[in-house]
Design a binder for this molecule. Structure first.
Ligand SMILES: [Ca+2]
Length: 392
């Protein structure tokens, strides 16, 4: 298991870079210090290709870690339990961008024991959305599943994978554009396709689900499950606990990674646009009616792929409250977008580096208190904490 050397870069290095190349004024030291974070290890051994961490909302304090090959593991009292909560690895086709990709506990999990997972099935790689339940043992799920939705995948990549319940109690589902490169089937713009979208369904009504009455195409014009479209591969999204806003990070094609605040019925532009830039056609594209990202950055090395995170609403890092914390899979940087910066500068195209970790950041996650975690694909989970002694 590789050892990760974690060090604080905070805004020091990031700003130095900005000042050199852009002539940007450095921030006041107080702001830097308020945003200074570091990582504390939660699990550094025993995980295989983790992709996500979350909580069950049941007051147990447990963390649930999704392993790409098809297992869900429990961290309880700081210890990784050996026996998985769920192991469906025999049903999962894993590797590359496929595998067990998403997990969402029902908002009423404490009473009904229901949770939703999203994976690529072993037979044909199609994306399966399914419901599972806990057994009489709170640390062990039942193996039987209720299928909610199966979506064929034309290519191996861009499977999306995030699932989460919104503040409205509906289930939101991230669907990539089906893969290859450049969305060859133009699926993200096709409202008759479920790929390249964020979907929204009601898993408490209907069989196997119902369509929320105010979904944009509930009565026609597209597939009724669609909540928003024109997305390439919204690998991770989240809801701001305070505002209810849906923040999605859409992985870019050749040049631009982007962050979208996703609104009902909006078209986020792919493949017409990549970030704020024409993609197809490469110039003179018609941008009217397309929702621009709230931020973008170039995916030049060492950056390669945005990993969406969370607007921080925890209590342990007061200076970070309200900042959208996200990262890049290749550079290992934890990045931040603060709402004040966003409103002051409009579209921000230089990410604010909060921390360089050396991790392959596959995901972020929240515990029940809203504290944030970073998942390293090589097998780690760390908690984001306030940098102690910073500036002393
Ligand atoms: Ca876009």
């Amino acid at each position: 298991m590789m050892k990760h050397i974690l060090f604080i870069v905070s805004l020091g290095l990031g700003l130095a870079d900005c000042v050199e190349s852009q002539g940007v004024e450095p921030r006041p030291p107080a702001v830097e210090q308020a945003l200074a974070i570091e990582l504390t290890p939660i699990v550094t051994d025993g995980l295989r290709d983790p992709l996500y961490v979350t909580h069950a909302g049941d007051g147990s304090g447990r963390l649930f870690v999704v392993e790409q090959p098809g297992r869900i593991r429990i961290v309880e009292n700081g210890r990784l339990r050996e026996a998985p909560f769920l192991d469906i690895s025999s049903r999962v086709r894993s590797g590359g961008e496929r595998g067990l990709l998403g997990l969402a506990f029902h908002p009423d999990y404490r009473r009904n024991g229901r949770f939703i997972i999203n994976y690529n099935r072993d037979t044909d790689g199609a994306t399966v959305l399914a419901e599972y339940r806990v057994s009489d043992n709170p640390n062990l799920a039942r193996q039987d599943e209720t299928l909610l939705m199966v979506v064929p995948q034309p290519y191996a990549n861009h499977n999306g994978g995030m699932v989460a319940f919104g503040p409205d109690g509906f289930l939101y589902i991230a669907r990539g554009d089906g893969g290859a490169g450049g969305d060859p089937g133009n699926r993200a713009q096709n409202r008759q396709e479920l790929l390249g979208k964020i979907l929204r369904i009601d898993v408490d009504r209907g069989a196997p689900y119902a369509i929320p009455a105010d979904n944009p195409f509930a009565t026609g014009g597209g597939r009724p499950e669609i909540f928003a479209y024109g997305l390439r591969n919204p690998w991770r999204f989240s809801f701001d606990r305070k505002t209810g806003e849906l923040w999605a990070a859409d992985v870019g094609q050749d040049d631009w990674e982007e962050i979208d605040v996703v609104r009902q019925g909006a078209n986020y532009g792919w493949r017409i646009m990549e970030g704020n830039h024409c993609f197809s056609p490469s110039a003179g594209c018609l941008m009217s009616g397309l929702a621009p990202p709230v931020a973008e950055y170039r995916n030049q090395r060492p950056r390669c792929s945005i990993t969406g995170g969370y607007v921080y609403r925890g209590t342990r890092i007061p200076g970070l409250v309200g900042t959208y914390v996200y990262g890049d899979y290749c550079s290992g940087e934890v990045l931040g977008l603060s709402s004040t910066v966003q409103s002051a500068q409009g579209v921000l195209n230089r990410p604010q580096v909060l921390l360089s970790t050396g991790l392959k950041i596959s995901s972020f996650g929240e515990d029940q208190d809203g504290e944030l975690y970073v998942v390293g694909h090589a097998g780690t989970v760390h908690r984001i904490v306030k940098a102690e002694g910073y500036g002393q």
